[in-house]
Design a protein around this ligand. Sequence first.
Ligand SMILES: Cc1cc2nc3c(=O)[nH]c(=O)nc-3n(C[C@H](O)[C@H](O)[C@H](O)COP(=O)(O)O)c2cc1C
Length: 211
Amino acid sequence: MQENVVKALEWRYAVQSFDPLKRVSESDLKVILESGRLAPSSYGLEPWKFIVVENSEVRRRIRAASYDQSKVTEASHLIVVARRTDVRENIVHERIARTAEIQQQDPKSLAGFKEMLDGVIASRDDAALDAWVSRQVYIALGMMMEAASLLGIDNAAMEGFDPRGVDAALGLAEKNLTATVMLSIGYRGIDPAATRQKVRRDFGTVVEFLR
Ligand SMILES: Cc1cc2nc3c(=O)[nH]c(=O)nc-3n(C[C@H](O)[C@H](O)[C@H](O)COP(=O)(O)O)c2cc1C
């Protein structure tokens, strides 16, 4: 198991060229999306939405807003990982309602938690709040990438796009969302990047033990 995890992560690389004919199965896709859904987030706010774009015309439009990156249209699936833009207005109320329903608690018993969350959000200005929300979204991204890699499914994260163009292609602004990062999943095609030696700093440089 330990070896398998490291092997899968060494095998994973940022795919440049996907095989457009190979499709990820619905069951593998579901596992990858569940890995994102189950990701932790600060205070459990889950300020994200994953949009699986299957429509080829929409994918063409997204590609046009993504420096013409071929992986947008050639990968089996494109997942746009969006973040909420209405955090200040709505997210605390939703978190409280969700917890009350799932854990069968009286929302009144969560008043202290609500007050704390309101304080956490009020303490940040709009830019800091948005940056904080973005950070949460990357946890879900990382977990989806790791899950895909463990399943032997190639993946490529992308930040190289104009969020306004992607938002417009998906009508995200009206849904209080904005594209943060995208993830293409599928199977590598003929891709020179696949055989390049992975460039990483040594374990001893990255990790320090204080014992
Ligand atoms: C959040 C994120 C965004 C990225 N955006 C792009 C992108 O838009 N286009 C691209 O070709 N590579 C993109 N990459 C790939 C990185 O350049 C790549 O992961 C890094 O160089 C390490 O190489 P490796 O993933 O092959 O090990 C992105 C990676 C991450 C994690």
